[in-house]
Each structure stands twice: as structure tokens, then as C-alpha cells.
Design a protein around this ligand. Structure first.
Ligand code: GLC
Length: 503
């Protein structure tokens, strides 16, 4: 029996190390802004909390100091600020601790691209503040029923809270098992965590400490961001060493598919586009291709087929598979490729060199630019996502919504969101894109060739394919309800533990 909801809804503190539009390195930022908003639409009092990076402080509306926290053993004072997201009425708390978070740029890395050496201290501090707010700050007059943590940067919060009988229920979402926040024994000692945590039932992980494992072990409920990835995560191939633990969790660990923010990603209202359109005015979409070619300094020609790619430049995303195909693109002719990304310096270099050699075919922008991402989604004909693994993936969903046909590897959330254009699915008007299985350039190339054939030989069917994607419901509505149910389960199991504790 689900517990009755307080005031008809739950108070949810949503903790993340990034949130769009304050600071963004990947999909987590989009989820951190849009899921709490969707929960509010369902009647819950969801509030976001992130570190007070300088860019976040500049963007938050009605920012004010709420509370001095008086934490011991920190570098300098720590306080809680509060305000609203700039583009929607979502309450946001910022953890103000200048020695830890007053750094411009990427929230995790320094200018050379290496992790900040004090990341363990920074995200332990974040977790300490999360625990404080979760237990109820006297000056705040608000206490969450549920603390919803995301990724390793928040992993120690459920660990710290586990000692408190009066704690809220905890839910931990893994957006990517490959990022674990793993540090050596000396770091564990330096952080001065309770020594008992150095154990197999604690944060110890192969003689090191893992923030991610902490979040998984100590939370009431755990999930990842698609059903297929939840299955993959339980296997040695994808589990990144945590598959055994995840298997043991049984039903406490689930996959809940991300949604996308229909307010931000709407081809009919998007202010970053050269021309708005929808599924009934597909002919207008081409104006965005011309604008994209212009912005990327490519020959402006509506007849060329434009392939887009956006992503962190890391092995996971398989951009090297795309690079291996450049000679074939050149040979084939009529194709242009636009890429926006940032990450691995060697990959960035290789991309820029190739773009310089083939400047009429390939154009690359290093760095993340939100408006440009919108134009790529709208202006491309096809969107490539050859990920080796993909917990959910959002860009393929943005593509679907924008009538840009995705070509994706059959893994994780990609497999859950794109329906391959086979004979039957095309006939049923269900097909939305192209899938391939093997993580190599050859398999990607055959999928691209399949797409090209359909594009060239059956323009009517192609238009239907575009429309099918645009018609699919990718909104947060269904998934936010699944989170709601999962919160209820977490609250119930929390209540059972409470009974056990007091017995
Ligand atoms: C991470 C994952 C990506 C997912 C996103 C949001 O960036 O790599 O697949 O879509 O988190 O959950």
C-alpha cells in the first residue's frame, strides 16, 4: 500500500552536479532541469540543488542567502543560497562554498582537461550539505520526503544519511556506470569517513573507494535511465565491475527511461532555429539546413545530405567509428558531416585535422553551444549516434522530435527509443530510424547505406519516417509518473526500516 502523499504530493530534493541552463557537460544537466519540473507538474514539491558555480550564481533569478551552515572542518564558510531557474519557476538551492566551487568553466576539470585534484573533497562537501538539507535545516522551513541523488558526485549523501533514523527516503539514479568517482585509500583516509565504511558492504571497491558504489549500496531505491541499460548493467560486459551488486538488488534496481523537455525542444517554438516547422510543414525544415551549412562554413546546397553528430568526445560515444568512415563519405559524394563536441584532446585534434583537409565535407566545432546544438538537430537530415554503450541518450530523442532521422547502435536507451526501419515497421508507420548491432565502422556504414537508399529511392516513405519520429511521445509525463511510483516504494521501504529500528 503506497503511503498517503503529504499535501497531495511529495517534497523532493533533486541533487545534481549540473543542471541546464546553469551548467552543462552532458545529458544529466537536461534531466536535472526537466524531471523536477515534470514532477512539479504532477503536483510534487520538487526542488533542485547544485553547487554554486560562478555561472550558476550569475543565472539564477531572485538569488538570496538562505542559511549559513556552520559546517566543521571545511575550507572557509559554507552557506545555502536559493532562487529560481532562469527559464522556469523551478526552485533551486545553490551550495555556496567558494574554496570548492568558485571555478569557471567545466565543473569537474581544470583548463588542461584533467580532473580537479580535490574532486573528492568537493563532492564530499556537497554530500554533507545534501545530508544537512535532507534532515531539515531549521532556517529553511522545508524538509524533503525524498532525497533524489544523481551520479557519483552525490553518492556519499545516502551514505552519510544512513546513520540517521529521521532521514528521508533516498533514491539514487545512475546516469552512467562508467563514471564512478573512484579514489585511492589515501583519499579515503584524508576524507576522514567512518573507518567501518572501508568494507565490502561500504564504499570499498577493489581496494579503492567508490562514491558511486556508496550511492548504490546505501539508497532505498536505485535506478538507471533506460530499461535496456538496466539489463545490460547487470552483465559483466556493461556493468563496470558493479554488475554483481546490481544483480543482488533485484527489484530495488530498475530502468526508467528519460523523457525530454518539450518546452525547450520544440521545432515549432525553438528560437535557435532559422525557421520553425512541425510535422505538417516539413518543407520548411530545409531552411535550417541552409543556416547550418552557413554556420559551419560548408557549401550551401539543399541537395546535399547533412549528417549531424553532437556528443562528448569520449570512446563511449563511438565518434572514432564516424571518423573511420570519412574516406567513404568523400568517395560517395553528396554528403556533409557536422560535428559538435568536446572532450578527449587527441580526438579533438584528429577531428580538426580531418576537417581542415576536407573543409567542404566535414565541419567541426569544439565546445558545447546550446543554440548550435538546436540548429544541428533541426538542420541535419540524419543524426549519428554510434555509441558503444548509452544509458539513455537524449540527442536521438531530440532528433526524433525534430524530424531528423537517427542512426543508432542497438544498445541501452538507443534501443528503447528508436524503431528500426524494416519492412514491417515501415508498413505499420512505426519505424523511426536505423539501428545496427556491432560496434564497428562497417556496421555503421551499412546502416548509413540503408538510410541513403531509402532517402534517395522512396522520398514519400522517408517523409513518413520523419513524421513517425515527430509523432512519438517522448515527453516526461509517463516517466515522471514512474519516478513517483518509485518514490512511493522508497518511502514504504524506509518506513519498514523505521519500524525495524524502533522495534
Ligand atoms: C549520461 C548518459 C546518457 C544519458 C544522460 C542523462 O550522460 O551517458 O546516456 O542520457 O546521462 O541521463
Amino acid at each position: 500500500m503506497p503511503l498517503p502523499l503529504a499535501h497531495g504530493g511529495q517534497a523532493v530534493l533533486f541533487a545534481s552536479s549540473e543542471a541546464h541552463p546553469l551548467v552543462k557537460t552532458g545529458g544529466l544537466a537536461d534531466v536535472a532541469a526537466s524531471l523536477p519540473a515534470a514532477l512539479r507538474d504532477l503536483g510534487h514539491d520538487a526542488r533542485l540543488i547544485i553547487p554554486a558555480y560562478p555561472q550558476a550564481k550569475r543565472l539564477v533569478r531572485e538569488l538570496r542567502v538562505l542559511s549559513e551552515l556552520g559546517l566543521k572542518n571545511t575550507q572557509g564558510p559554507v552557506s545555502l543560497l536559493g532562487g529560481l531557474l532562469p527559464d522556469r519557476d523551478l526552485p533551486v538551492y545553490l551550495v555556496e562554498a567558494p574554496a570548492y566551487f568558485c571555478r569557471e568553466g567545466n565543473p569537474y576539470t581544470d583548463v588542461s582537461g584533467g580532473d580537479w585534484g580535490d574532486n573528492p573533497e568537493r563532492f564530499l562537501l556537497f554530500a554533507r550539505v545534501l545530508a544537512r538539507v535532507a534532515l531539515g535545516l531549521p532556517t529553511l522551513d522545508w524538509r524533503p520526503d525524498v532525497l533524489h541523488c544523481n551520479d557519483w558526485q552525490t553518492g556519499l549523501a545516502p551514505v552519510l544519511l544512513s546513520r540517521y533514523e529521521e532521514r528521508p527516503a533516498t533514491l539514487f539514479t545512475v546516469h552512467n556506470l562508467a563514471y564512478q568517482g573512484v579514489f585511492d585509500r589515501a583519499t579515503f583516509d584524508r576524507l576522514a569517513l567512518p573507518p567501518a565504511l572501508w568494507s565490502i558492504g561500504g564504499v570499498e571497491f577493489h581496494q579503492r573507494m567508490s562514491f558511486l558504489k556508496g550511492g548504490i549500496v546505501f539508497s532505498d531505491r536505485i535506478n538507471t535511465v533506460s530499461p535496456t541499460y538496466a539489463g545490460e548493467a547487470r552483465t559483466a560486459q556493461y556493468g563496470c565491475g558493479l554488475d554483481g551488486l546490481l544483480r543482488q538488488l533485484g527489484q530495488r534496481f530498475q530502468g526508467i527511461l528519460n523523457g525530454i523537455d518539450y518546452r525547450t525542444w520544440d521545432p515549432l517554438r525553438d528560437t535557435s532555429l532559422a525557421q520553425n516547422y512541425d510535422r505538417n510543414s516539413l518543407e520548411l525544415k530545409a531552411a535550417n539546413k541552409l543556416a547550418l551549412q552557413h554556420q559551419f562554413d560548408l557549401p550551401i546546397d539543399e541537395q546535399r545530405l547533412v549528417l549531424g553528430h553532437i556528443g562528448r568526445l569520449v570512446e563511449q560515444k563511438g565518434v572514432d567509428l564516424i571518423l573511420d568512415l570519412i574516406p567513404r563519405f568523400i568517395e560517395k559524394g553528396g554528403i556533409q558531416l557536422v560535428i559538435q563536441g568536446e572532450g578527449d584532446r587527441a580526438l579533438e585534434q584528429r577531428l580538426l585535422e580531418l576537417a581542415a583537409q576536407h573543409s567542404d565535407r566535414l565541419s567541426v566545432r569544439i565546445g558545447y553551444d546550446e543554440a548550435r546544438a538546436h540548429l544541428i538537430e533541426a538542420g541535419s537530415d540524419l543524426f549519428l549516434m554510434p555509441s558503444r554503450f548509452e544509458p539513455c541518450g537524449l540527442n536521438q530523442m531530440y532528433s526524433l522530435r525534430y524530424g531528423t532521422v537517427p542512426i543508432v547502435r542497438r544498445t541501452g536507451g538507443l534501443a528503447d527509443t528508436v524503431i528500426d526501419a524494416g519492412e514491417e515497421s515501415l508498413a505499420k508507420q512505426e519505424a523511426t530510424g536505423f539501428l545496427f548491432d556491432e560496434p564497428n565502422a562497417e556496421a555503421l556504414w551499412s546502416a548509413i547505406e540503408r538510410a541513403l537508399r531509402l532517402y534517395q529511392q522512396q522520398p514519400g516513405v522517408w517523409q513518413q519516417l520523419m513524421r513517425n519520429g515527430m509523432t512519438r511521445d517522448l515527453s516526461w509525463e509517463a516517466s515522471a509518473k514512474r519516478y513517483q511510483a518509485f518514490y512511493e516504494e522508497a518511502l514504504e521501504s524506509r518506513a519498514d526500516q523505521g519500524i525495524a529500528l524502533s522495534a
